[in-house]
Design a binder for this molecule. Structure first.
Ligand code: A2P
Length: 326
């Protein structure tokens, strides 16, 4: 099998290579592409060295699969060219996610959305993946009427430049900024770009992608995204209004039996999910599970995951696993 990783020199692209290695793809032929400035660079993969090539060169080598994490513009331009050569593209950018004929997939929830002949498959936004995976069994069993989500997002979601900004500010130096303000010892109520309705693009993604993955446009959703000076993962305070009454013990059981979800919820022992513990793990962690006593059928959850893993690289490789196992 020939697999290309486009954006292999980036934060997510690098982790995609690691996850490919971890999940049994080490023996496959792996091709790596990045921007012009990285051509010729060497990247370690398993027990060998890969040389970064131009995207055009990799397209011409007619790979079976290409996993993209190189930004929306690169995906828009090159994914169709890969597809023309018969390569199936798994794309981590927001370029194709909301296009009607493109499946948007979290394999544990809706792998069946992938149809024979699909050439581009979209990987959802990191904040969406962890939320929908944690909510999937509740949606199936009770139906979800409304979601109110507030996120506390890691700087790793913005990329290398943002991680450098945080590290640099910690040392109290003059720093190049990925954000409009200092992020160290600060919180920015701002993820992505502002839209004319006052929401941000990151908030819009959470709303639209959740409805698409659950195939339920009737779910009311509102979101506030904040960037926090954290590296290990994204945290989310999620308030859900279910369509039917529920028993809290059943909710625990449903969450515990959801593949890819780990319940960490023992308040008496101060046990709850935190990004410091989620870092490097593939699971989505859920805690602080409690009834919202202010409304009927309301539930509060605290959801944490490593945004670079399940939120990006791992989910993309799981889509690849699904495709190769068909
Ligand atoms: P490069 O390192 O050569 O700039 P991150 O989001 O962590 O910054 O990573 C972005 C990834 O996308 C990097 O691997 C980057 O390569 C790659 N990339 C950016 N622009 C392009 C482009 N026009 N063509 C191919 N790869 C690109």
């Amino acid at each position: 099998m020939k697999i290309a990783v486009v954006g292999a020199t980036g934060l997510v692209g690098g982790l995609m290579l690691k996850v490919l290695e971890e999940r049994g793809f080490a023996q496959e032929e792996i091709l790596v592409a990045a921007s012009e400035k990285s051509i010729g660079k060497k990247i370690k993969f398993s027990n060998r060295e890969l040389t970064v090539q131009s995207v055009e060169d990799v397209i011409n080598q007619e790979c079976d699969y290409a996993i993209f994490s190189a930004g929306g513009q690169t995906s828009k331009k090159y994914a169709p060219l890969f597809a023309q050569k018969g390569t199936i593209v798994i794309d981590n950018s927001s370029a194709w996610r909301m296009q009607e004929d493109i499946p948007l997939v979290v394999p544990e929830i809706n792998a069946s959305a992938i149809k024979n002949g699909d050439k581009i498959i979209a990987n959802p936004n990191c904040s969406t993946i962890q939320m929908v995976l944690a909510l999937s069994s509740l949606q199936k069993n009770y139906g979800i009427k409304r979601i109110v989500v507030s996120t506390y997002q890691s700087v790793t979601g913005t990329g290398v430049k943002a991680v450098k900004q945080l590290d640099c500010e910690k040392e109290n130096k003059e720093c190049e900024r990925a954000y409009p303000y200092q992020i160290f010892e600060n919180i920015l109520p701002h993820g992505g770009d502002f839209l004319s309705n006052g929401y941000t693009t990151e908030e819009e993604k959470l709303i639209n992608e959740t409805r698409k993955i659950f195939s339920d446009s009737s779910i009311a959703i509102t979101a506030t995204v904040a960037r926090v000076p954290v590296k290990g993962g994204h945290s989310e305070a999620v308030n859900v209004e279910l369509r039917k009454p529920f028993d809290l013990n059943d909710v625990y059981k449903l969450l515990e039996s959801t593949k890819g979800v780990v319940v960490l919820d023992k308040p008496s022992e101060n046990l709850y999910p935190m990004p410091i513990n989620a870092e490097g793990k593939d699971e989505v962690f859920v805690g602080r599970i409690r009834k919202d006593e202010s409304i009927e059928n309301g539930l509060n959850l605290w959801i944490v995951a490593d945004n670079l893993r399940k939120g990006a690289a791992t989910n993309a490789v799981q889509i690849l696993e699904y495709l190769t196992s068909k």
